[in-house]
Design a binder for this molecule. Structure first.
Ligand code: SAM
Length: 457
């Protein structure tokens, strides 16, 4: 295998440089040698559950193998699984060069978990290899392969991984879609963004000083006022959490509520509100807010966040289309359920769990919810529609169709600078198409589509 970098590899390296500073230091580099086999087993359980389908990763967090671990080991297991999901295509490219024929899934899982540790978390190779071999030894079904595990991992450590492509981490149907929508260069930039672990973003109440919070959490203040930090771990232990002056929310997720521009004395409705990051922004404006969602379970987190931040909103549990209430509002936010393909940085499992048919299925739901949301807007009022999806059917196409069937609404162009969005996100129609590859100099942001629609008076 030739190790000389190809021109494609040089191009990728250049693109890597263009993405700006490396993301925050990966945790677990030093601790990994002391964390044992059980945590690696749990990482494999999480990885396979995530690959099984939507909701798999969340469900697996309560499985015995994961839930019984001490906190730091559980956090390590999750970090390994997330790293494996982000780099799965590359990991398999490397393994496939070393394996004569496909080993059982249990062995591939052990190998994937070991490579995620060495390639991404900078776990020392001796720790990753010895725990992988011990893991293979434990089960009579995998025991015959323990020498293979040892040889493959030691070989990769000795000879290096060889060349890999960021695009291999994306399922083929996703690559094909993004190539068609965003072009070859757009796809390459998205594939690079999908390899990186994102920082943590905080949204602040309007009376909280961003510079002071940034100093407390060793972060930077982004355009728009979001504070970004490379800190890790449970935010409940961070300075200022108890005071309720901030909450965790990706910089892109903070844009739609800013675009709605609610003022004190106005009324607003957030029709798909849980778990509530955008509700908190709306409530912090001083307007009277109704936060509605069909899921009572998800609204529990919203209620807890309202309590911690000392903000208020009327909370309603019902599907938006069935809401038996005849109120209309100055401003309505519809953050509709979607494939969430724009959140792959935080939720790498989403690209594996989403299936091609989900796009059309969710577009139908969004269509119904948009009509229900439009009915809630007072004449002269406004509606902001957003989705954290990169798929046109859930964004641009949805709004084009809405404007065709609703003559009472017009679109009002967004000003990216005023709402803390990248300038290049502005579409010719005046909507925002935020891509995770934008703001590379800050470390990227989630993908969102956002449009503001005004109801004629
Ligand atoms: C993208 S999430 C909303 C995130 C939220 N706005 C935030 O910022 O934290 C979509 C939400 O829509 C809710 N949902 C799905 N279908 C709904 C419906 N028909 N009516 C109301 N809520 C619905 C889901 O329960 C989910 O909480």
């Amino acid at each position: 295998m030739s190790r000389a970098p190809s021109s494609a590899a040089r191009g990728r390296r250049k693109a890597d440089k263009a993405r700006g500073p490396k993301p925050p230091r990966q945790a677990f580099r030093d601790e990994a040698a002391d964390i044992g086999v059980e945590a690696r087993l749990a990482a494999g359980v999480l990885l396979n559950a995530a690959l099984e389908g939507r909701g798999g990763l969340d469900a697996a967090l309560s499985f015995r193998e994961v839930a019984s671990l001490p906190g730091p080991d559980r956090a390590f297991a999750r970090a390994v699984a997330m790293a494996a999901l982000r780099r799965l295509g590359e990991i398999d490219q490397i393994l496939d060069r070393k394996l004569q024929k496909g080993p059982p899934l249990a062995i591939r899982t052990i190998l994937r978990i070991a490579l995620a540790q060495t390639m991404v978390l900078e776990t020392p190779a001796f720790a990753a290899v010895s725990t992988a071999v011990k893991l293979a030894e434990r089960d009579p079904k995998t025991r015959p392969y323990k020498n293979l595990v040892n040889a493959v991992l030691r070989g990769i450590d000795r000879e290096g991984p060889g060349l890999t492509t960021a695009e291999s981490n994306l399922p083929d149907w996703i690559s094909a879609r993004w190539r068609a929508t965003y072009g070859e260069a757009g796809l390459a930039a998205l594939a690079l963004a999908a390899r990186e672990e994102p920082a943590t973003d905080l949204s602040l109440k309007p009376d909280v000083d961003p510079a002071a919070v940034a100093a407390e959490v060793e972060g930077e203040v982004l355009p728009g006022g979001t504070v970004r930090t490379g800190r890790r771990g449970d935010v409940a232990g961070w300075p200022g959490f108890e005071d309720g002056g901030w909450w965790v929310q990706d910089a892109a997720a903070a844009v739609p509520a800013r675009l709605l521009a609610l003022k004190a004395g106005e009324t607003g409705a957030d029709l798909c509100a849980a778990p509530g990051g955008k509700t908190l922004q709306l409530a912090a404006s001083g307007a009277d807010i109704v936060a509605l969602d069909r899921s009572d379970t998800r609204l529990k987190r919203l209620r807890a966040n309202l309590e911690r931040t000392h903000l208020t909103a009327e909370v309603v549990v019902t599907p938006a289309e069935d809401w038996e209430d005849d109120r209309q509002f100055d401003a309505v936010l519809l953050d509709a359920p979607c494939t969430a393909t724009g959140t792959f940085r935080r939720n790498p499992e989403v690209l594996r769990a989403t299936k091609p048919a989900d796009v059309a299925k969710l577009a139908d739901v969004q269509h119904r919810l948009l009509d229900a949301a439009a009915d809630r807007v007072k004449p002269g009022g406004r509606l902001v529609y957003c989705v954290c999806s990169l798929e046109r059917e859930e964004g641009e196409t949805q709004i084009i169709a809405f404007l065709r069937r609703n003559a009472a609404f017009t679109t009002t162009p967004a000003d990216p600078a005023a709402v803390g969005a990248p300038a290049e996100a502005l579409t010719p129609e005046g909507w925002l198409r935020i891509l995770p590859s934008m703001w590379a100099e800050h470390g990227g942001l989630d993908g969102f589509f956002v449009a503001r629609l005004d109801r004629v008076a």
